[in-house]
Design a protein around this ligand. Sequence first.
Ligand code: HEM
Length: 161
Amino acid sequence: MSIFALPYLSAVCNEILRIYPTQLFTFPRLVESTIKVMGYELNPGTILVANIYSTHQREDVYPHPKEFQPERFLEKQYSSYEFLPFGGGSRVCIGGTFALFEMKLVLATILSHYELELVSNRPERPKFGGLISYPASGVKMIVRSLRQRKGQSQPSVVGSV
Ligand code: HEM
């Protein structure tokens, strides 16, 4: 629980999900009765899909949106209309909290045990498969060294990378 609450780790995970949301769009919504949204009259039968990727790239909300800046999540609280990696409303992802929990535990565990280096410095490209996007070449890394943990004479190794 203390790892889950780490502010900078949370900001890093949020910034990762902002720049490369694994799901670029929400699931579709069907308009059932006429409604006006931002000046547009939407009639029954209209299908709406929220564009998560483009929302996260808005320059007015996220200055220098292509830059990886976790600090932006420490400086500002984004609304659910600005930051929506898990979609929103009544069909929001049911696994969002679990996914973030897992992401933080895995990242913190790996990074506290291993010193890693990228195999290639070429910028990673996203690949699209079905509804989700993921890194095309899998972000391959080399273990440079094991980190010595406080109070331990030998570095400990858990799991595999
Ligand atoms: C980083 C990981 C994940 C991301 C980025 C993600 C993202 C999303 C998004 C964008 C939606 C669409 C929400 C909408 O249309 O408003 C969604 C729906 C959903 N997600 Fe996830 N998800 C993740 C992990 C998970 C996990 C771990 C589970 C299950 C344990 C899960 C279960 C679901 C389900 C069942 C829905 C459909 C909800 C509905 O239609 O009512 N997701 N997810």
